[in-house]
Design a protein around this ligand. Structure first.
Ligand SMILES: [Zn+2]
Length: 448
């Protein structure tokens, strides 16, 4: 921890510039979802090239990713024989529809009375961009090791980067990958994410009639598709709210505990509403599966008329336990759904995607170095936490460099950042601490 005060002072000096740059990036509505204007996404790609050029990254450039938006890439040499660290973040953001209930304009960054910067992408993941920017600036031109920069343009939607990385292993090979797109539980309390749940998804379609018919003339004997669907979906959980699908793996969490107050605040659960499931809170959100109905094709209340519905379709997502096999977990969910046929209704199940779960090897010396870097920057030892979210690229990076350490961290605190939701925000102090941690980490890995 010897040079930490000096490092903290160096970070403080560049913070006004980092925050100004962050705000400029938030102003670009880089939503890469289908149906959104591609122009701001491309504008953002150019802005990221400028950002890293300004940080001293020679040769930083846009690289076409087949089928998708370009990524930003740089390969910055270090001393001969030094290790390679790849810094990852993404420049696209989630949409920010007014229906989410924003208090401020999402693409006009606003500093709140709490000092946080509000705006879509302020945390997820434009904070990651400026943390990497600050890291490069502070390392200066004499970098202690080789550094690669990889900034994705479509992490929040259908990503094409995984295939591209696996098709170009040499370009993306590294000894350590730093994914700055996550965060600790609360600001000021360092967290190192050591497990990610995977995410598998499918659709289920239920049919009972050839076409809609009068619910008074025919209701009572002919089953409607909605009633059958409700029965099917009800089989996904037991009375306790635990996932009850044969063949789906479960686990228990051995790291730090999820703080119940943080979880209540982050999850926005109404007071008086009970938690689902059993086990510790950490078990439930980081180590056990959870299945959610994300949407259904059905008439809205306003459109509803007195008919029996012939067909209903639902999309389901299942978060799967770290260490489990995504293909096997999805197969278990799909065969469970196919086996549910109330009143012999017709059930069709289709795969949507498999996203793999991930576990960090905490005995890896590079991972230990990351923990020490967090401790130096925050002044307290980090917690080993999980994340219910999934980062599918991690599985591809593991295939490219099976022995590399994967460091998952960032400035997106669970309690208040509200990523993907309304009033997303980031705490500038967290950006400062994470920048110091990354510089410390790069220097420590280079010394090894
Ligand atoms: Zn993100």
């Amino acid at each position: 921890m010897s040079d930490t005060p000096a490092l903290t002072a160096d970070v403080a000096k560049i913070m006004p510039d980092m925050l100004e740059r962050l705000e400029a990036l938030v102003r670009i509505p880089s939503v890469a979802f289908p149906g959104f204007d591609p122009a701001p996404v491309h504008e953002m790609g150019d802005a990221v090239v400028e950002l890293f050029t300004a940080a001293g990254a020679a040769g930083v450039r846009l690289v076409e990713v087949p089928g998708g938006y370009p990524c930003v890439f740089a390969d910055l040499p270090g001393p001969d024989g030094s290790p390679t660290i790849l810094l990852y973040a993404h420049y696209d953001v989630q949409p920010a529809p007014a229906s989410q209930g924003w208090s401020t304009s999402p693409f006009e960054p606003t500093t709140g009375e709490d000092g946080r910067i509000y705006g879509r992408g302020a945390a997820d993941d434009k904070s990651g961009l400026v943390i990497h920017y600050g890291t490069l600036r502070l390392l200066g031109p004499d970098r202690p090791c080789r550094i690669k920069i990889l900034i994705e343009g479509e992490e929040e939607t259908i990503s094409h980067l995984e295939d591209f990385v696996e098709a170009n292993p040499e370009m993306f090979r590294a000894d350590a990958y730093v994914i700055a797109d996550i965060g600790g539980q609360v600001v000021g309390r360092p967290g190192l994410t050591t497990a990610l749940r995977g995410d598998v998804a499918c659709t289920v379609t239920v049919r009972t009639l050839e076409f809609p018919v009068h619910s008074g003339l025919f209701g009572g004997a002919a089953p409607d598709a909605m009633t059958a669907m409700i029965r099917i979906l009800d089989t996904l959980h037991d009375d306790n709210g635990d996932t009850a699908i044969p063949g789906v793996d479960s686990g228990s969490w051995e790291g730090a505990a999820m703080d119940e107050d943080v979880y209540r605040q982050g999850s926005a659960i109404l007071s008086g509403v009970d938690f689902l499931g059993s086990g510790s809170l950490s078990d439930r959100i980081w180590a056990k599966p959870s299945v959610t109905v994300l949407g259904m094709d059905l008439p809205t209340v306003a459109e509803a008329s007195n008919v029996l519905l012939p067909e209903v379709r639902a999309k389901l997502s299942m978060r799967i336990a770290p260490g489990s096999d995504a293909d096997a977990q999805l197969a278990a969910l799909m065969s469970h759904l196919e086996a549910q046929r109330p009143w012999n209704c017709v059930v069709e199940v289709e795969k949507v995607k498999t996203g793999h779960a991930f576990k960090v090897d905490e005995s890896n010396p590079v991972v230990i170095a990351a923990g020490k870097a967090l401790e130096a920057a925050y002044g307290s030892a980090p917690e080993s936490i999980g994340s219910g979210a999934s980062i599918p690229l991690v599985a591809s990076l593991q295939r490219v460099a099976p022995d590399a350490a994967i460091i998952l961290w960032g400035a997106e605190d669970t309690a208040k950042a509200r990523i993907h939701a309304s009033d997303e925000s980031v705490d500038p102090e967290e950006i400062a601490r994470m920048t110091a941690a990354q510089v410390e980490f790069v220097r420590a890995v280079a010394r090894r």
